[in-house]
Ligand binder design. Structure first.
Ligand SMILES: O=C(O)CCC(=O)C(=O)O
Length: 205
């Protein structure tokens, strides 16, 4: 069912037009022999202004997610609106193009997640695309309040933490969706955050 969300006060965040900063440095963390995470801090300028625009214009809803054998109500809002839709600012297509250029692989599918406060979260999971496709890359652009992406090996072992600030890009690659799970934990206090997640569109046959 649809859910309305109060607009943010513009004074909470710096505004300014959003644009990709192609010279932002990337650093790669090898999770294991086959799996890696790239982090490019401040890859997007003007991320807070884009956050407000998207909160106020996108049709977010509260969905259900299949977690192993169960369907659960997600403690966050999501939107499946795609690149090219009139409500999606053109900078989102520029992000997809820049990711495609950098990784020499298409990033043409968008999923948008909205964490309204620290009570919103996503539980441990790996992306379903990982069960269908070999070594899919998943790129996450973080807008707004800082949150931490955690990753842990599926077979058990120590988790790793990747703090994401507004404008940061984080890319999971190699066999990460096969061998690792990720989550965003609830926290006591957090400002609103949107994650724009880009993948290669997977066609079902
Ligand atoms: O919001 C994030 O950074 C993580 C998103 C995520 O885990 C997902 O949508 O699968």
């Amino acid at each position: 069912m649809g859910m309305s969300v109060a607009p943010l006060q513009t004074s909470l965040f710096a505004t300014g037009s959003a644009q990709v900063n192609p010279s932002a440095p990337f650093s790669r963390t090898q999770l294991d022999e086959l799996c890696w995470v790239d982090h490019a801090p401040l890859w997007l300028d003007g991320a807070d202004g884009l956050l407000m625009k998207l909160i106020n214009t996108l049709p977010f809803h509260q969905g259900q997610r299949r977690m192993w054998d169960n369907w659960v109500i997600e403690p966050r809002l999501t939107s499946t609106i795609q690149i090219g839709h009139p409500d999606i600012p053109s900078v989102v297509a520029e992000m997809a193009d820049e990711l495609t250029r950098h990784y020499r692989a298409p990033f043409d599918q968008l999923f948008t997640n909205y964490y309204r406060s620290g009570s919103d979260s996503v539980a441990w999971h790996s992306d379903r695309i990982g069960r269908q496709k070999v070594d899919p890359m998943v790129a996450i652009v973080s807008l707004g309040g800082p949150r931490t992406l955690q990753l842990r090996p599926k077979g058990g072992g120590q988790s790793m933490r990747f703090p994401m600030a507004s404008g940061d890009l984080l890319v999971m690659g190699g066999a990460t969706q096969h061998g690792w799970e990720h989550s965003i934990a609830k926290v006591a206090h957090a400002s609103p955050r949107i994650s724009l997640t880009f993948r290669r569109h997977h066609r079902r046959y």
